[in-house]
Design a protein around this ligand. Structure first.
Ligand code: IP8
Length: 260
């Protein structure tokens, strides 16, 4: 089984509130269908969640009653995005089921406290593809907080030990520095946890890409420590996802799993 994340910046235009990139998601769904693999899909919130969550300071936890409106709005929008993803998968022949994190799990200070995977197991057994997503969620000590798609990927990777984890992003993969700012940035084709750690400490490279990328690198290191290989793939270029799914070489960054 393969664990996949569609990044929010691939499936939505992050600069425009609630803007779904239908042609891109159509292409990705087509490639998923062609590959004929069993998978769990997680998707980010993009402009259906981040703009709203930021406006109402949802990740800082519950402090004022007015945030409840923001919680409800963000919840509705990410659910809407999930419906659009499900619809697209359906149109491309993939029967899928949306699993809202807020109904399956509780966090405590941003970390998982309870997560019921029985529902996921049963849907997988039936042959339905579970599709979950970054969401607003109950948090025992914060009241509520944000559960990111990356946190879900980490939890699911530990639980299901997939053949591989694929992050579908709007970049080719990892670089030694931010390629948009630094002409000397070199593309990393393959790497290990050890190399990733030294890259960060010696060169402070990822800090100036985005905080999102820095956080992702930390997530990937934790996934790799369970012996699971991770691939970072550009979702905007046709067939990169398809080739990664069927183990055909293409442009990606491959981070080797390593339990040592
Ligand atoms: O896009 C964030 O999930 P992500 C979820 O995977 C919300 O970081 C509601 C902003």
């Amino acid at each position: 089984m393969i664990l996949l994340k569609f990044g929010g910046s691939v499936i939505t235009d992050k600069t425009t509130e609630c803007c779904f990139k239908q042609p891109t998601v159509d292409q990705l769904a087509k490639e998923l269908f062609q590959a004929q693999k069993s998978f769990i899909l997680v998707h980010g919130a993009g402009s259906f969640g981040h703009i709203q969550a930021k406006k109402y300071h949802l990740n800082n936890g519950y402090s004022t009653k007015s945030q409840l409106k923001g919680f409800s709005l963000t919840h509705m929008m990410v659910q809407k995005l999930n419906s659009m993803v499900l619809n697209t998968l359906y149109d491309h022949g993939i029967p899928a089921v949306g699993l809202p994190p807020h109904a399956m799990m509780i966090l405590d200070n941003h970390q998982p406290l309870q997560f019921n995977t029985t529902i996921i197991d049963n849907y997988l057994d039936l042959g339905l593809t579970p599709v979950t997503y970054g969401d607003v969620i109950l948090d025992k000590s914060q009241g509520f907080s944000i559960c990111s798609g990356d946190l879900l990927i980490e939890i699911l990777a530990k639980q299901y030990h997939p053949d591989k984890v694929i992050f579908v992003m709007d970049e080719d993969g990892l670089f030694t520095a931010n390629p948009k700012l630094n002409p000397d940035a070199k593309f990393i084709t393959e790497t290990t946890i050890k190399e990733l750690s030294s890259l960060q400490t010696t060169a402070n490279t990822y800090a100036d890409v985005t905080k999102g990328m820095q956080g992702k690198v930390e997530t990937i290191k934790r996934i790799a420590a369970h012996g699971i290989d991770t691939y970072l793939v550009n979702g905007n270029i046709h067939n990169r996802l398809f080739h990664t799914l069927i183990d055909k070489e293409t442009k990606y960054t491959h981070i080797f799993g390593d339990t040592i």
